[in-house]
Design a protein around this ligand. Structure first.
Ligand SMILES: [Zn+2]
Ligand SMILES: [Zn+2]
Ligand SMILES: [Zn+2]
Length: 245
């Protein structure tokens, strides 16, 4: 990971110009995040005494006499100038997520952050299908964590789609399973425009295609297409189906 957090410590004067203008002096620790967010912490409580979130610009100067920072966002300016310096340093930083195991090759910890499982030491990143959860099992082939994803049915797969692909699993299970409501041809499972679709096999003569929702098939709609149970309730595969009740 190329991102770092910079930390500066010492007896500093901090001035803030803007909606809450003020000047403070004390022995503080200044934290500068990879997105340039500046937090000035004193001895008290969890809250910074001064801060500027994601400023437009940040200038940091260090020399023998100490350090100085100037962060600007619109008409707000945060200045920190050291009088006596305790030190400064730069440390590698990542997003913090829920631990889900370790990488079988690199040994690095793996964490879930938003829609991905990422490694803490390398650029390792596995994007997850919508609504997927990481389960307490590892892949028999590669040793990575497994996920549970709903795409017509519940599939338990390796987190690495190069090892085990959700597309292949959905295709094995549902390819040709449903019928095109417009022309009667079987629907094929295809990936187009980054989305997994049930698309008419008579394409390009028939362009009917439906995005497969995250959920499991629980019923048949009057239109002949399957009904999915999703996090937002039941729906026809055709999200605009007039026959679905
Ligand atoms: Zn695997
Ligand atoms: Zn068709
Ligand atoms: Zn329907």
């Amino acid at each position: 990971m190329s991102e770092t957090i910079r930390v500066f410590a010492g007896d500093c004067t901090t001035t803030f110009e803007g909606s809450r203008s003020r000047t403070q002096r004390g022995r503080v620790v200044v934290v500068v995040k990879p997105d340039r967010t500046v937090l000035v912490h004193d001895a008290d409580g969890y809250q910074p005494v001064s801060w500027l979130t994601r400023p437009d610009s940040l200038t940091v100067e260090t020399d023998r006499s100490g350090f100085g920072l100037i962060a600007r966002a619109d008409e707000q300016v945060l200045r920190v100038r050291s009088h006596e310096t305790s030190g400064w340093a730069e440390y590698p930083a990542t997003e913090a997520g829920v631990p889900v195991g370790s990488h079988p090759q690199t040994g690095e910890p793996l964490v879930r952050v938003g829609g991905a499982v990422v490694g803490l030491d390398t650029e390792t990143r596995y994007g997850l299908p919508a609504g997927a959860t990481v389960i307490d099992e590892t892949c028999d082939d590669c040793g990575l964590p497994k996920i549970s994803a709903e795409c017509g049915a519940v599939f338990e797969l390796c987190v690495d789609r190069a090892c085990e692909s959700l597309d292949d699993a959905v295709r094995d299970r549902f390819d040709g399973e449903w019928t095109c409501p417009d022309c009667g041809s079987p629907l094929s499972i295809i990936r187009r425009g980054g989305r997994l679709l049930a698309g008419c096999s008579a394409y390009p003569d028939c362009e009917t295609a439906f995005s497969i929702p995250a959920g499991v098939v629980v019923d048949d709609c009057d239109c002949g297409l399957p009904v999915f149970e999703t996090a937002r309730g039941r729906r026809c595969l055709d999200g605009t189906c007039a026959q679905f009740e």
